[in-house]
Design a protein around this ligand. Sequence first.
Ligand code: ZN
Length: 345
Amino acid sequence: MGDGERRGLLARLEAGSVICAEGYLFELERRGYLQAGAFVPEVVLEAPKAVKELHREFLNAGSDVIEAFTYYAHREKLRLIGREGDLERINRQAIRLAQEVAAEGDALVAGNICNTNAYLPGDRESAKAVRAMFEEQIGWAAEAGVDMLIAETISFLGEAEIAIDVMRQTSLPTVVTFAIHKNGLLRDGATPARAARRIAELGADVVGLNCIRGPETMMVHLRAVRRAVSGYVAALPVPYRTTRREPTFESLTDPQRPEAPFPVALDPFTCSRYEIADFARQALDMDVRYLGVCCGAGPHHIRAMAEALGRRPPASRYSPDMSKHYALGDDAALRQAYRDYAVDL
Ligand SMILES: [Zn+2]
């Protein structure tokens, strides 16, 4: 850190909104740098420039938080692909990459942990293993001097309780977000509202929802969470048109294709910038101040969100201006014959 001038997470939330771009796994898979399925951020070691470039694009688009790409860089996942020996190196390097880009702007660096896929409710051995996984990742993040900590896409309240307990062993600000599957509950039975209240009581500075659900199907749970807690609330949906019948991006089906859309054929369901902007405005109206977009997010979504919140990030220099379009524009310099042809485009 070392920069006393820079405002921390809580001061920024107090003053207004905070944007955190997520979804690094999806976007770097799409760009050809990691494999769908296992979804392990090997790219941090194999192509660090690609990670920095995406961090930079999100920074320019208005993200206030640069989230170190340590999502799924935990012991369970690295064991799955036979790279457990690279665990520490991948975590330390991911944090360094985030710090280098954050320093190009005024962004906060977040250390990140997520669902372990090792947690089993009521199983003491699994709880111990999960705690050890969180402790090593949080330890590396704290040692590197990150500004804040995020635990995300957690779907067991019990696993979130371990996460917040480990995070609270540091003095860093904390964000905990739940991923809510089809049935609308945490996997160990709690409603999102009860889980959020519990984790807020355990000291999380920000609690809320991320991933899995698009804006349409996250909103009902977001309202419940907002009612349940008095502190800061987070909302980071996936930018996909999930529906009441298919409320999660894993459950979407494509009437035009036999393959499952999740995870690599979700393109036809992608939300437009307008939908993301609408979501940001609605959420802020509810006093949900920590906002972002998860898996599927592109810099254009983040810029739309930032502008909806009244910001003008560097990338706004290139925000659309159709007045100069050769046919659809209304600039006086355009040729009338071309403008007249607009109805025939
Ligand atoms: Zn996600």
